[in-house]
Design a protein around this ligand. Structure first.
Ligand code: UT7
Length: 335
């Protein structure tokens, strides 16, 4: 049986309009623009309005990805939404997207893998296509992290932002599309990045709210060490699995959490800054939305060309990581 190759046939992204700068945050907590920029590379982030939820951002990104692919929503077979900030515990955010897009034929579900979620979603979606079960899959990474940040905790509130990115996956010409992928989990260290309450372990009570257990708790140093290690190791493994070496890599789309993490990984992989697209300065860490928004921008700006070897990599809650190597199957896009 002929192997089915899977590639991206549509991309779209959306961020809320409201900009919150480092100076704005320094009015809320003891911090400074200088500290945030030198320690993270983040200058500002986007924050959704109070009445805007994750599905609202996801739908906007999805509409753009569909338009880019030339598909109608009712042609979709499956919608996967990767998010750590779903609108509700249930129904899934994917089901809300399905309803609003009018994707009447599509199955829909969410993935919860923190910042690695979009790449997990791509690998999952691609496997539905290679198995022959589905032909057209929409994968979305969308977050409103501003809703689960403790705006009095300077260790975390300076880092995160809201946004959404989406891609359409379909079969593509052989030798293009996804060449290799890796999904990983290190559950032993899961408690270094956690939103403790609101699930079945600590259902919402007056006490959990008082103790701010519905906001992100993170041991930044531990996540940092894990991230640097895994970005290098997983990149090397996935390139090797694709039969490629790092000098054959044309473009690198890393999870946009901290510029020092990206620089350390790129140094180990011997990649120059011209081989990556950075947007954490504008958007902060958008968790599952980080990789698809960066990919959409890089492609739109003409940085990725047909035939390029592109590596996507992310790490996050779980702890988790995920990487994909693909040969870019699309021609340049009119901008
Ligand atoms: O998507 C995955 C999610 N998470 C991540 O990727 C996070 C990975 N980790 C990081 O990016 C970094 O660890 C941080 C940016 C979170 C922190 O940077 P760091 O260089 O590891 O700083 P630190 O936590 O060791 O803190 C150094 C100092 C501390 O003060 P003392 O104890 O040395 O007096 C902190 O209290 O900086 C202080 N600090 C701040 N100062 C000003 C921590 N946050 C701030 C802040 N402004 N916002």
């Amino acid at each position: 049986m002929k192997k089915i190759s899977v590639g991206i046939t549509g991309l779209g992204s959306y961020v809320p309009e409201r900009v919150v700068t480092n100076d704005d945050i320094s009015k809320l907590v003891e911090t400074s623009d200088e500290w945030i920029v030198t320690r993270t590379g983040i200058k500002e982030r986007r924050v959704a309005d109070e009445n805007v939820a994750t599905s609202d951002l996801a739908i906007k990104a999805a509409e753009l990805a569909l338009e880019d692919s030339g598909l109608d929503a009712d042609e979709l077979d499956l919608i996967i939404v990767a998010t750590a900030t779903p609108d509700h515990a249930f129904p899934s955010t994917a089901a809300l997207v399905q309803k609003n897009l009018g994707a009447s034929k599509a199955a829909a579900f969410d993935l919860s893998v923190g910042c690695s979620g979009f790449i997990y979603g791509m690998v999952t979606g691609a496997n539905f296509i290679t198995s022959g079960m589905y032909k057209k899959v929409l994968v979305i990474g969308a977050e409103t992290l501003s809703k689960i940040v403790d705006w009095t905790d300077r260790n975390t509130c300076v880092l995160f932002g809201d946004g959404a990115g989406a891609c359409v996956l379909e079969s593509c010409d052989e030798s293009f599309g996804i060449l290799a992928s890796e999904l990983g989990s290190d559950g032993l260290n899961g408690d270094v990045l956690i939103l403790p309450a609101g699930g079945s372990r600590y259902p919402a009570t007056a006490e959990t709210v008082k103790n701010k257990l519905h906001t992100i708790k993170m041991d930044g140093k531990e996540v940092f060490k894990f991230a640097v290690r895994v970005m290098e190791k997983s990149s090397m493994r996935v390139l090797e699995e694709a039969g490629l070496t790092q000098d054959q890599l044309d473009f690198f789309i890393p999870h946009q959490a901290n510029m020092r993490i990206v620089d350390a990984a790129m140094k180990k992989l011997q990649l120059g800054r011209e081989k990556t697209h950075i947007n954490m300065d504008k958007y902060g860490n958008m968790s599952a939305a980080s990789v698809p928004v960066a990919l959409d921008e890089a492609f739109r700006e003409g940085k990725i060309k047909q035939g390029d070897v592109v590596l996507l990599i992310a790490f996050g809650a779980g702890l988790s990581w995920a990487s994909i190597v693909m040969r870019w199957n699309r021609r340049d896009r009119d901008v």
